[in-house]
Write a protein that binds this ligand. Sequence first.
Ligand SMILES: Nc1ncnc2c1ncn2[C@@H]1O[C@H](COP(=O)(O)OP(=O)(O)OP(=O)(O)O)[C@@H](O)[C@H]1O
Length: 249
Amino acid sequence: MTLLQVKQLTKRFGGLVAVDKVDFHVEAGEIVGLIGPNGAGKTTLFNVIAGAFGPEEGEVLFEGRSIAGLDSARICQRGLARTFQIPQVFSSMTVRDTIVTGSLLHHRAVADAQVAAEAIARRVGLGARLDVPTPSLTTAEKKRIEVARALATGPRMLLLDEVLAGLNASEVAGMLDLIRQLRDEGTTVLFVEHNMEAVMSVCDRIVVLDLGRKIADGAPLAVMADPGVIRAYLGDAPAAALETEAADA
Ligand SMILES: Nc1ncnc2c1ncn2[C@@H]1O[C@H](COP(=O)(O)OP(=O)(O)OP(=O)(O)O)[C@@H](O)[C@H]1O
């Protein structure tokens, strides 16, 4: 079943076309990576899907219903939750209270929201840190609380924005394990990431943007061998070398 469908999506900033007629979809149960060089339009596309701003053209369907132009709270209520690249931690709040801001979406009573938040904290490995003020968390813990806050809203799909940035190798491995487990438990994942090794290891499919356009969409190995993708990341010289090799073969 197709969970998310993006059709001919265009977002402009003045004269700059940051996202240019992009089409792609995410099937239920997939982990899809959205990659591309700096300035490719990944964050802009992500922000339009999550409702930070509306598109100029095109459509975003979640479970077959249009969400383009809805605000982020409405989109979250529909079952599509996001994390932020810079963790949204508030100085006066503990881990428990921060996760409660997510679980209150489904629990009217604060006590129920707290019980749900505690379960989510344990789920993401923060069970022993419930009473800690969020600014005291390590970088890896701040990334986990972002995931926890989004998870607490009960999403069917998670949009993860660079959840691996700033993590060391074992923290990256831990976060990838968590992402795989969440998918195995039924949460579909779309994530923007610069860590190629991680993307290759966890994604079922990769969508590549360059200069606002989609230039590749497919299985990780096939996408990474695509001359257009290599050219986008490394410039013309390596692609020209590849073409010469192909001609010589
Ligand atoms: N709010 C904005 N106002 C004007 N231009 C913007 C705005 N946000 C992004 N842009 C421009 O849109 C283009 C796409 O930027 P975007 O941040 O979406 O790319 P990205 O692929 O996420 O890059 P990075 O990997 O560096 O985060 C860039 O040229 C950027 O300068």
